[in-house]
Design a protein around this ligand. Structure first.
Ligand SMILES: [Zn+2]
Length: 400
């Protein structure tokens, strides 16, 4: 259901805190292991017109593009070969249930199961449980985001992690399938990567990301953004700290309170957009675009709210697919933002305040200052942060 407070939370990755006591459940193996065997029984499935499995230089097997894959394109979709239900609160069922699920697999999938990586430093003595704990991908409930089931996937488990991922997956619960979307254009013969971290953790500075990766997945991230020269990492960390600060401020405040200081809110959100794009954290952008829409809508700016609703919608379309993006409240409101439940709420208050101000000014100095959009214009020029991207608020239609 659309919700003006942004309860529609598209996300590709579930924060581990949402996993509950399934604490050892980690997203994947791949790195990680230096030589994950590719089971012969499924060799036909491991090669596709868009991708193929091959050995990477440092991360074991990985998924590689075979053709040019454009941003926003579906790379692959896959149903789990083993779907395990947690209880309604996200707690683990008895281990016997997992063993039964494993024994119900066909010999083909049992072979795939034993080909998966096992993390053995967690005190678990059962190999079956080790494989499940190491490789299960959490599958969030579409309604409340709580993880009530986890899955094992043949292909997706081979996709390696990067802190600036090319792609991300999203669980289509009603179709029982995970879909992997390209966040960026991916040239042929490029390793396709995802983030194993939640959106919250992915935008944290390098040290925090590496610690989280090591604690949760047992490997030291040496992706391109974690391997930058130290001065570049420092600069990147500063940008990310600001993104974290803005994100947490936006998320912990009601939109009415946040948008009250309109110019400040817009400047912060635009700064966050510039930094997130520079840092290639594309999956975090949709929520910020959505907030831009809400700030303009709550101030009753019809043209700008329309534009940002469209931009947000197109971003979600690229990261979670058209079908899910169509469920966003933005779809209902981008043609007519006056459907936004808090439409013009702050504009009314501003007008009444302004009227008094104008009257006072009229009596006092005899003219009204109109500074509307002045800062927008300034931000507009600042948003042109990269000639190569040629992106700015006024001309961009979200198709980038
Ligand atoms: Zn990294």
């Amino acid at each position: 259901m659309p919700n003006h407070q942004g309860s529609y939370v598209p996300r590709s990755y579930v924060p581990r805190s949402a996993i509950g006591p399934f604490a050892l459940c980690s997203i994947s193996s791949a790195n990680r292991n230096t030589s994950l065997p590719i089971p012969n029984v499924t060799s036909s499935k491991l090669n596709h017109t868009r991708y193929r499995m091959r050995q990477s230089q440092s991360q074991g097997n990985g998924l590689y593009s075979t053709i040019d894959i454009k941003k926003g394109k579906l790379i692959l979709k896959e149903s789990p070969f083993l779907l395990l239900n947690l209880d309604k609160d996200g707690y683990n069922p008895p281990k016997s249930q997992y063993h039964r699920a494993f024994h119900a697999l066909s010999p083909k999938y049992q072979a795939i199961f034993w080909g998966l990586h096992q993390r053995r430093d967690n005190g678990e003595t059962s190999q079956t449980m080790n494989v499940i704990n190491t490789n299960s991908i959490p599958l969030p409930d579409e309604g409340d985001g709580v993880v009530r089931s986890v899955g094992l996937f043949e292909m997706l488990l081979r996709v390696n992690h990067c802190c600036t991922p090319h792609a991300g997956w999203y669980w289509y619960e009603e179709d029982t399938e995970m879909r992997l979307y390209a966040y960026t254009d991916i040239p042929p013969n490029t390793q396709i990567t995802v983030s194993y971290l939640s959106n919250n953790d992915l935008i944290k500075p390098s040290v925090s990301r590496r610690k989280k990766i090591f604690d949760d997945f047992g490997f030291d991230c040496q992706c391109e953004s974690c391997s930058l020269p130290s001065d570049s990492i420092l600069a990147s960390d500063e940008r990310l700290k600001e993104c974290v600060r803005i994100r947490s401020k936006v998320l912990r405040t009601s939109i009415t309170a946040y948008a009250r200081e309109k110019d400040q809110a817009l400047q912060e959100l635009k700064r966050s957009i510039i930094f997130l794009r520079k840092e290639k954290k594309f999956n975090a952008l949709g929520r910020i675009y959505e907030k831009m829409y809400e700030v303009y809508a709550i101030h009753g700016d019809i043209e700008k709210s329309k534009r940002w609703a469209r931009i947000a919608f197109h971003q979600f379309k690229k990261t979670i697919g058209r079908k899910k993006a169509m469920e966003s409240f933005l779809v209902d409101q981008m043609d007519d933002p006056r459907r936004y439940p808090l439409w013009g709420e702050l504009a009314k208050k501003k007008k009444s305040v302004k009227r008094k101000y104008v009257e006072y000014q009229y009596q006092d100095i005899g003219h009204e200052e109109d500074d509307e959009d002045e800062d927008d214009y300034e931000d507009h020029s600042r948003l042109k942060w990269s000639k190569s991207r040629e992106w700015d608020e006024q001309s961009w239609d979200g198709s980038d």
